[in-house]
Design a protein around this ligand. Sequence first.
Ligand code: FDP
Length: 365
Amino acid sequence: MTRNVITIERHILDQQRHFPQATGVFTSLLYDIMLAAKLIARETTRAGLADILGLAGATNVQGEQQQKLDVYAHNAIVRMVDHSGRVRVMASEEDPDPIHIPERYECGPYVLLFDPLDGSSNIDFNVSVGTIFSIYRRVSAGNDRGSLDDLLQPGYKLAAAGYVIYGSSTMFVYSAGQGVHGFTLDRTVGEFLLSHPNITIPDRPKYYSVNQGYQQYWYEGVRRYVTWLQGLEEEDPHKGLGLRYIGSMVSDIHRTLMSGGIFMYPPDTKQSSMQMGKLRLLYECAPLAFIAEQAGAAASDGVNPILNIQPTELHQRTPFYLGNRDLVEKLEAYIQKYNGDWLEIYEQHVKLAREREPRTPQAEG
Ligand code: FDP
């Protein structure tokens, strides 16, 4: 061994020392999520062996077909957390409604949102999938079991966020606002070990990542911007970036943060439901944006930072661009210059959202 072995438990405890007022509840919640991740990792690697592949027959709130592993991952997280007394209310990408803590259990101060198995359309092809989670402090007052306001918080209020990749190895990457740290699961000892301390995006970008198959449906700003990324824009030719797209967002984002570049899921004109893109603000984009900012990268909806968006619906979608700050700023400039028709649609969405903004008494402190 060439350097100290640091388990995730020890690392989280060390981080907790930065906050003398910490009670340990937050730390324990991270442990719970980590344990659920280990269970999900076990099931995903057995997926080809057990008779578990294939569709469960149900569709989720996005109209997508749910797969059995989605259901397993969702249940693993809910059951790990609901009786712990650490969480007030939860929401999952696989459930249309808030998940309240059963009356027989105590509620805690935190709010948990998660996408239990992102990229699940890839499971049948043995492609990496992931879990994404967000932790907020509750904002609703009183002794209730949590409200929609607790769940509809902007990303800049996140207490912590993270993702787990079930790939060639299982990695747990998280930030509690003190940088981004990555841990790799050593299956022989069953522990996540610190393998990637202080992840920061490299200054020199390597890849862009987007489903280029939808190019014909993109708005002009994004189309021109991608031509620029390829180095083909007449006024500003350059060497161009390579293209990588797995179609499993956690892996695409992880690679973008490790190698430099930009990940994009733009809105398109293929169908009206894609006017604000495909990805979900609360379960996918806000937590990944939090991690990106902590890693020195940026994340935008093409106009505003993702972390500044006030959510108004649990399953709200947003365009999503994440990567090196200069690349994201350049993208925003292209959108301002060429995406006039889409900017009108965007303004409409923002206006409607403002009218819907949640209002209930806020907890103190
Ligand atoms: P999936 O539909 O497989 O769950 O958020 C969902 C997601 O995967 C992301 O992980 C992925 O980046 C994206 O959708 C892929 O969408 P396209 O197939 O439209 O590119």
